[in-house]
Structures are given as C-alpha cells and as structure tokens.
Design a protein around this ligand. Structure first.
Ligand SMILES: NC(=O)c1ccc[n+]([C@@H]2O[C@H](COP(=O)([O-])OP(=O)(O)OC[C@H]3O[C@@H](n4cnc5c(N)ncnc54)[C@H](O)[C@@H]3O)[C@@H](O)[C@H]2O)c1
Length: 286
C-alpha cells in the first residue's frame, strides 16, 4: 500500500521521523502545536541531512526527497487530511496523547494505522479509550531517528495482522531494522534494559558515591559504551525519564519508582538536556 504519513509532534523525534518518511518517498505531513519550534526543527533536520550527505551516509537525492515530500501543517485536522498512517510523537504525557488519539480516531477512516512512538506508554492503554482499538500499535524509534537503525514494534492482542504488516513495511522502507515484540511491555526491550542501568547510575549519584561525570567515565571506559547514562539522559531528554518514572510510581506506589528529587528539580526548572541547552551538562544551542 502506498501510505500517506502524518506525524503529530515535531520535536526532536517527530521532526526526524517525518524526515525518514519523506526520504523514503512517502507523502508526509508534520504538525506541532508550537509553530516556531516546528519551523526551527525543519531547518535543523535539513542541516543534519546535509551533514550526513557530506559524510556519504545519505545520497544527495535524500535532501530533495525531504524537501519535496514533507509539508509542515499547523492544525491537527490539516495534518491528518487524507493520510493513511499516523505516527504520534508528542510529549510523553498520557493525557496529551490520549486527547489526540481520541480526536483523530473519531475523525479518520477505517483503514488508518494509529502508531505511537511513546517510550513507555503501550498502545492498548490508549486504544481502550478510542474508536477502532484494532488499529493501534507502538512504533518505537531511537534518538536520533535519522541515524539510529532500529524500530521496536509491539501491539495489543486485538490488533489486526494487516496493521502489523503495514507498520513493518513502513519501518523497513524507512531503512530501519525491525524487531517485533510478542507481548506488550512498557519500555519494550531497549528501554527496559536501559532503565536498569540509568536507575542504578542515578542511585549511585544520589547516594553521593560518585559525581555524575565520573559515573559516565566509568561506564564509557569500563563497559565500552559510547555514552554514559547521564549523557544519554541528556540526549534523550530528562522529561522522558521523569514522566516514565512518574507513571511507574503512580502505578506501583513503591518508593523505589519515585523519580529522584534532583531529576524532578531539573525537569520543573526546564533543564531537559540537549534540547534546552542544559541538563546534567551544558550545551551550546545551535
Ligand atoms: N527522545 C528520545 O530519545 C525518544 C526516543 C524514542 C521515543 N521517544 C518518544 O517520542 C515522543 C516525543 O519525544 P521527543 O524527545 O521528541 O520530545 P520533544 O519534547 O522534543 O517533542 C515533543 C513535541 O510535542 C509537541 N506537543 C506537545 N503537545 C502537543 C499537542 N497537543 N499537539 C501537538 N504537538 C504537541 C511539543 O511542542 C514538542 O515539540 C515521546 O513520547 C517520547 O517518549 C523519545
């Protein structure tokens, strides 16, 4: 099927997921409620693609495809108009995502795939409140999507096989390796493994056992990881970690799941990592 793709949420993930779709040749539209941010991201991704062409990672025609196939839209109604495949990538807040899916699942036709790029919220948590629950699926990309070669797919039991196949096709056409989980689980494979590492790193820091810079050095040198857990948190966004932890805490009530105070302070202060110029480390905004 020749999909027409709508991406909702044009932050660091959505802007690049839309770029992947456009570069794969799909007619794509991208919407964010913050117009200024959307335009900034569009140019930022364009520069990234040029860099990747200079490094011979992408061929030159990818830039043309990005410009030709991607349109920015400024309302939810416009972005989904005549689209067959929606990928939601707004902020990791359940209520915000649910409001969007309730709206679009009532507006769109019976063929549409409703995919969420959420890091921790499972498709079934959203679909049970919406029309057409059999069309909801998790399609989990990695930051930065135009570089990271993986999509994790997971789906509620009642999802139709056609929806799964179409999601696999789109992911593969975007040039991404695909893994399909056999059961839903918050965090999928990678974030479940990563959460264990990051939780322990935060615990070590909280107990005053080492500075976060030294924990990062230890993990990079001792385990040969390219980034330490605090650098990685800054790259993915401290809000993602905070809201995921908060969700888990609300569900379990266990003090072990409570977000660390230092993390909460940073998030409430707007220090979200690379995207805001400051997280655990400081970054120059380009
Ligand atoms: N950052 C990562 O490493 C990573 C990796 C995989 C998945 N994810 C998931 O991707 C999603 C987005 O994360 P991100 O890192 O791009 O965050 P981000 O903060 O960069 O972008 C979120 C965007 O959502 C927009 N937004 C908020 N409410 C909206 C609404 N009602 N309508 C339209 N736009 C709205 C914001 O303006 C912002 O541009 C989250 O669900 C996150 O869990 C993130």
């Amino acid at each position: 099927m020749n999909e027409k793709i709508a991406v909702i949420g044009g932050g660091q993930m959505g802007s690049q997921i839309a770029a992947l779709a456009a570069m794969a040749g799909y007619e794509t539209s991208l919407y964010d409620e913050n117009e200024e941010n959307l335009e900034y991201r569009y140019k930022f991704v364009e520069e990234n693609i040029k860099n990747l062409i200079d490094k011979k990672i992408y061929s030159e025609d990818k830039l043309d495809a990005y410009k030709k196939n991607l349109e920015l839209k400024f309302t939810l109604e416009e972005v989904i108009h005549e689209k067959s495949f929606v990928i939601e990538a707004v902020v990791e807040k359940f209520d915000v995502k649910l409001e969007i899916f309730k709206k679009i699942s009532s507006l769109m036709n019976d063929e549409v795939v409703m995919a969420t790029n959420s890091s921790f919220i499972q498709a079934s948590e959203l679909s049970i409140h919406c029309n057409h629950p059999e069309r909801f699926i998790n399609m989990h990309f990695f930051y930065p999507p135009i570089r990271m070669d993986l999509v994790e797919i997971s789906y509620p039991e009642n999802v139709s096989k056609v929806i799964l196949e179409r999601t696999k096709n789109v992911s593969k056409n975007m040039g991404r390796s695909v893994v399909v989980l056999k059961k839903e689980t918050p965090g999928f494979i990678v974030n479940r493994m990563l959460a264990a590492l990051v939780d322990e790193a935060y615990e070590l820091y909280d107990e005053g056992i080492a500075d976060f810079e030294d924990i990062d050095i230890a993990i990079k040198k001792g385990l040969n990881h390219p980034l330490g857990p605090f650098e990685l948190s800054d790259y993915s966004g401290l809000d993602i970690h905070y809201y995921a932890k908060l969700k888990k805490f609300k569900e379990s009530g266990s003090s072990e799941d409570k977000p660390k105070k230092f993390l909460e302070e940073k998030v409430l202060n707007g220090d979200l990592g690379v995207k805001t110029g400051k997280g655990f480390y400081e970054y120059k905004k380009d």
